[in-house]
Write a protein that binds this ligand. Structure first.
Ligand SMILES: Nc1ncnc2c1ncn2[C@@H]1O[C@H](COP(=O)(O)OP(=O)(O)OP(=O)(O)O)[C@@H](O)[C@H]1O
Length: 425
């Protein structure tokens, strides 16, 4: 069972300064929320209020409709797990001793770890990739290893709400991804509600379902990454010019910091190939490179004919492109060939990827011939009649020989892009 947390008009001051100024928001059960904002904007102070480490001077925080301040510490530890920046370890415990402490909220004063407790502790260490460190002492670990052990201890609490303050700080890129993947999995599979403070806007954009952007102790905006990570919001809050582009793989907003003012214009300027309809004859992963680059150019791409389940087909789906497919492991039949012809007719240009040809896909060369017959601009990418993987006893080579003389061949993606720009009707 996941939990919700509600913040109702809270304010908080340190003796020297007022930090949180009347914040209100609700995190629904199963949400994964990132708290963003510049240095000193009050993110950690807010998180400490959510963990009950600090108490708001005004306003109320409720966890599952019960006031946070009325929770007994043991009950609260069963509901929420915290990975804070203050997780300093003052005693040289072994890793397994430390992670086992996560089970304390479930034990009475004199009880020992049950078999179930031990299983949970082991699982938490495996999930965070520190089972192999179990006999090591905490003082012998690197910053990143310590961070993972502390997360393991928190997971051993089997919390319903996880509150984390910059958990990726000491982690290298690989472990950052591993940690964020793990949190995403726990959020999706165990419906764990997660609230985390983080500085990396792109990591937040990729992984969090919703974002809270703070500035000067207030919430500037709360919503999806598309709503929060806008040039206007970030420019205002971080007081610097940013450009938001679309992540070519996931489609999430990606924040970039162009070094010069005019670079923003370059990044934002209309892509010259935007909307160009390109049909790719590919298959077996040979069209992936072309599709990824045409995705960044905002082209409208169709693929085919490919077999259902082919890796190019999967890639096209990932990028939101359409495919003309035929049955898996079978030859291109009349119906799919007809649909292939329709896709070619509707395209502005046709690109042949360096696919190997067998009897199964030989008809794709007929499709290419059809495109030429239709006076479509056609380009061959890293393939020509001398450079073809032919498993059709020469038929494919011959078919391509008939065409190659009239067709342009390009061998790099920038050349392909240039060719498309020059050919664009
Ligand atoms: N213990 C404290 N005593 C007094 N002032 C504090 C204390 N902790 C933080 N502050 C002040 O409160 C303000 C908000 O700090 P907080 O750590 O919440 O910001 P933050 O957004 O998490 O910053 P950062 O991104 O740098 O971690 C800052 O001006 C900071 O100097």
């Amino acid at each position: 069972m996941s939990v919700s947390i509600s913040v109702n008009n809270i304010s908080f001051s340190y003796p020297s300064s007022k930090v949180l100024k009347g914040l209100s928001f609700k995190v629904e059960p199963g949400n994964f929320v990132g708290i963003l904002g510049p240095n000193g904007s009050g993110k950690s102070t807010l998180l400490k209020n959510l963990t009950s480490y600090l108490e708001p001077k005004k306003g109320v925080i409720t966890l599952d409709d019960k006031e946070l301040s009325s929770y007994h510490i043991k009950e609260l530890s069963q509901k929420q797990g915290v990975v804070s920046q203050e997780n300093t370890i003052n005693f040289n415990f072994s890793v397994s001793e430390l992670v086992a402490m996560g089970r304390v909220p479930y034990q009475s004063r004199f009880s020992r770890m049950s078999v179930k407790d031990k299983e949970i502790v082991k699982q938490a260490m495996e999930q965070t990739n520190c089972w192999h460190l179990r006999d090591r002492k905490m003082f012998q670990l690197s910053g990143g290893e310590k961070q993972r052990v502390i997360l393991a201890r928190t997971l051993a609490q089997t919390p319903k709400l996880l509150l984390l303050d910059e958990p990726t700080t000491f982690l290298d890129m690989g472990y950052q991804k591993e940690l964020m993947d793990l949190l995403k999995r726990l959020n999706n599979e165990a419906n764990l509600t997660i609230v985390m403070v983080l500085h990396d806007l792109n990591l937040a954009s990729e992984y969090c379902k919703e974002l809270i952007l703070m500035d000067n102790g207030e919430i500037v905006t709360y919503g999806t990454s598309h709503e929060v990570l806008t040039e206007e919001n970030l420019g205002k809050v971080y007081d610097t010019e940013v450009a938001i582009i679309k992540n070519p793989v996931t489609g999430s907003p990606m924040v970039t910091l162009p070094p010069k003012k005019q670079d923003v214009k370059t990044l934002k300027k209309e892509l010259p190939l935007k909307g160009l309809k390109v049909h790719i004859i590919g298959g077996g992963g040979k069209g992936e490179e072309i599709m990824s680059s045409l995705y960044t150019e905002n082209c409208q791409v169709s693929l085919g004919v490919v077999n259902l389940g082919d890796s190019d087909y999967e890639k096209a789906g990932e990028l939101g492109f359409s495919s003309v497919v035929c049955e898996p492991f079978s030859t291109i039949d009349d119906d799919s060939y007809k649909r292939g012809k329709k896709a070619v007719s509707e395209a502005d240009v046709v690109v042949l990827a360096p696919v190997p040809f067998g009897n199964g896909n030989l008809r794709n060369l007929e499709l290419l011939e059809y495109a030429v017959g239709q006076n479509k601009p056609v380009v061959l990418y890293k393939i020509d009649s001398k450079n073809i993987s032919d498993y059709t006893k020469g038929q494919a080579k011959k078919a391509l020989e008939r065409l190659t003389n009239d067709l342009d061949v390009v061998t790099t993606i920038p050349d392909l892009i240039e060719w498309l720009k020059n050919t664009r009707p």
